[in-house]
Design a protein around this ligand. Sequence first.
Ligand code: PSU
Ligand code: MN
Length: 341
Amino acid sequence: RSAPTHPPHPPRSPARRPAPPSPQESSPVSPALHVHPEVAEALATGRGVVALESTLLAHGLPEGDNRRVADELEATVRAAGAVPATIAVFDGVAHIGLDADRLDRLCTPPADGALRKLSVRDLGPAAGLGLSGATTVASTAALAHRVGVEVFATGGLGGVHRVFPVGSGAAFDISADLGVLARTPIVVVCAGVKSILDVPNTLEYLETQSVAVLGYRTDAFPGFYLADSGQGVPWRVEQPGEVAAILRAQQELGVASAGVVLAQPLPVDRQLDPTLHDATLAQGMELLRSRGVVGKDVTPALLEFFHHHTGGESLRANIELVSANAGLAGQVAVELAATPR
Ligand code: PSU
Ligand code: MN
């Protein structure tokens, strides 16, 4: 039995698709891209869809917790009335929406080593060479946009890394997340950028790249584990419907070539204790420097260091913030579905 073949979704008109495939079959868009049938049907019928990234599961959370969180995030999106689409690459095929077996595979490292961490520049090589890996904010945004998904949820955006020690010249590390947001019209729901980064410079970069930054019910730009990064937000919104109105207005005005960052803080009483945070960050940075950790290993190594050195507090905060973001992304997706372009 062969699955029906669909042409690629034109990114801007997700609501007018041919009849959805039968639920048991995967929905190949191209040999390198498969849309899960439930996601394909939701896109075809104009329902809200939320993309979820997989690097935070495979590389940002410990094995054991990650599989439970994967289910929790999807359930949270569904509770908001939208359809979840966790994105990852398996055996050279980018999957938009994962079944339980693929979520298992994502969350349990294979015997021959962890799944790769795939940014946008890695998608071509992974697909072309038939390899597997988890997608970052950058690659999740690119793939989600490719099939017409307009919103996705993560924990904390990548950004401009801190240089430590200052003046050492050892770091010139700017996450590809920022470059992709600069050219991909999608709403990213996050708890700001990771507090392990240079937050002021990251915000400057987003301004230069014309990425809209919205604080969700806050005037303070959140700092991932911390409710307040010490920076402000250019715009504050109170309701998911306002976010949908902003994206639609950008599209109508022809200024929607970049993404929209919707930053939702943890409640102050749920954040990581700032004193513990600062001490852990200083130690973690020193460890990275002494071990020579660079490139794409920096973020997973620092997150793991936090999880071990805060007695699980950073893990608790991380899971809570990602969950809250999935829920808000679901609400925004529902509002976007109610106001088609
Ligand atoms: N949010 C989390 N945990 C994570 C990440 C985000 O709560 O692990 C991941 C995202 O996939 C993001 C990546 O794209 O961290 C940033 O990595 P880098 O700094 O190497 O670009
Ligand atoms: Mn980097």
